[in-house]
Design a binder for this molecule. Structure first.
Ligand SMILES: [Zn+2]
Length: 79
């Protein structure tokens, strides 16, 4: 699937934020559901998380900093 870079969001949580803030950052922007299937995508210089809403099926890609990717990899919020 391709996604234009212009629509790429940037995640807002910090590497040491509480889980609820991490979850809120991944939550669906369309229906505000927190039931998200997400998967981390780490490439050479890019870290992204692909979020798919279980309620409305909306899918989006959120760009992450290294800290944020590390946080999701080491201390993921509940899925
Ligand atoms: Zn949704």
């Amino acid at each position: 699937m391709c996604h234009p870079a212009a629509t790429l969001e940037t995640a807002t949580f910090r590497g040491d934020d509480a889980s609820c803030l991490v979850e809120a950052s991944l939550a669906c922007r369309v229906c505000l559901s927190g039931a998200i299937d997400w998967s981390l995508r780490v490439e050479h210089w890019d870290h992204e998380v692909v979020c798919r809403c279980r309620d409305c099926g909306d899918e989006r890609v959120v760009s992450l900093t290294g800290d944020q990717a590390l946080r999701l990899a080491l201390a993921p919020p509940r899925r």
